[in-house]
Design a binder for this molecule. Structure first.
Ligand SMILES: Cc1ncc(COP(=O)(O)O)c(C=O)c1O
Length: 370
């Protein structure tokens, strides 16, 4: 992004957020909240009315009963991940994370003095981890597994069977599951399955994290929530105090309106993303890219190893020669060094033009090696 700052006509496919603005009814709720005096600290766990709206959402969408004393509202999913890890993991203990996976997992674990251990999610398995992929990296020091469905960057989506297998594994080894479900409303085939719905009896071992950033186009509001085991609720609330104290009161009221209001925006955006995904995949196939069609979220991972460039080199050369920005997945884990990521949550014409330029660039590179 720094390099592109001084360049003109750059197409940005690297961004990890919707280009749409937050829907008006949510923005209006924030203005109203300010006018009504919601300009103060809230309790560490968040406003009761927001947690009640979350509890209703969990029942409505997943048929899961979650009392408000298991719900903590946070300043973004990053904050929810932070307090989850702080509450569960001691320094030196290991946390399993997907490769490739959202880079902040590794960063947060390292910052806390714990040890990130990658488990593979392979392209030949549609980027879904198998039980043996995960079990092979479990040691006596393992404390928790972070799981992300739908996944950034792969778009992989867990089936109920997949969840059952992973939950059985967690039970067998007495591990916590930290389930990052921030893309829960952005699924193109089937619907989102939360581990809390698959095995409610394991609620003491599961932290499920949901957000507003992606589903309601609210990245700048810094708002998310965690459904936590009852025994961790008090500790996780206390951990918020020295970190963010609470999520913004104004954002919380906006989030309440998002959950209580019509879900038309979510449904419409899902269809817009679906169309963009299909257009993008058709074009990628035309240029013979090696990719997997995502089932959820709004990213497509592309393996560029045939170019003989690594992801970072490919990304930089593409920017300089074609003025297209894509994400290099080298920060997403060891397997990411050959993978680039494009986001299809922006303007579809830009997306088409970007893939066209990238396709021509790619063809030149592979023809060079033929
Ligand atoms: C998988 C995943 N988890 C968490 C986050 C962070 O979300 P938030 O904006 O709520 O902090 C992101 C953002 O890109 C993400 O892709």
């Amino acid at each position: 992004m720094n390099i592109a700052e001084n360049m003109e006509d750059v197409i940005e496919l690297q961004i990890g957020e919707p280009s749409a603005h937050t829907p008006m009814y949510i923005r209006e709720a924030a203005v109203k909240a300010m006018d009504e005096g919601f300009t103060h600290y809230t309790s560490n766990a968040g406003l009761v009315s927001v947690r009640e709206a979350i509890s209703r959402k969990m029942k409505r969408e997943f048929d899961v009963n979650v009392p408000i004393n298991r719900i903590i509202v946070t300043a973004g999913a990053v904050s929810a991940l932070n307090i989850s890890l702080l509450s569960l993991v001691e320094s030196g203990e290991e946390v399993l994370i997907p490769d490739p996976g959202y880079p902040n997992y590794e960063s947060l674990i390292r910052i806390q003095g714990s040890v990130p251990v990658f488990y593979p999610t392979k392209q030949e398995n549609d980027f879904l981890p198998t039980v043996s992929d995960i079990e092979s990296v479990i040691t006596p020091a393992t404390k928790a597994i972070i799981v992300n469905s739908p996944s950034n960057p792969t778009g992989a989506v867990f089936s109920e069977k997949k969840w059952k297998d992973i939950l059985d594994l967690a039970k067998k080894h007495e591990l916590y599951i930290i389930s990052d479900e921030i893309y829960d409303g952005i699924i193109y085939e089937g619907s989102h399955i939360s581990p809390l719905a698959v095995n409610p009896a394991m609620e003491d071992q599961i932290i499920s994290i949901f957000g507003f950033s992606k589903v309601y186009a609210m990245t700048g509001w810094r708002l998310a929530y965690a459904i936590v085991p009852e025994k961790l609720f008090s500790l996780m609330g206390k951990l918020q105090e020295p970190i963010t104290t609470c999520a913004s009161s104004i954002s919380q009221k906006a989030g309440e309106a998002a959950l209580n209001g019509p879900q038309k925006f979510v449904d419409e955006m899902r269809e817009v993303y679906r169309q963009s995904r299909d257009v993008a995949c058709e074009l990628l196939a035309l240029y013979n890219f090696n990719y997997v069609k995502p089932k959820g979220a709004f990213y497509i991972p592309i393996d560029i190893s045939t170019t003989k460039l690594n992801a970072k080199e490919f990304t930089l050369q593409l920017l300089h020669s074609e003025k297209v920005m894509v994400g290099s997945c080298d920060t997403f884990g060891p397997s990411g060094s050959n993978i680039i990521r494009i986001c299809f949550a922006g303007d579809v014409e830009e997306l088409k033009e970007g893939i066209k330029r990238m396709g021509q660039f790619y063809q030149k590179l592979i023809n060079k090696h033929d």
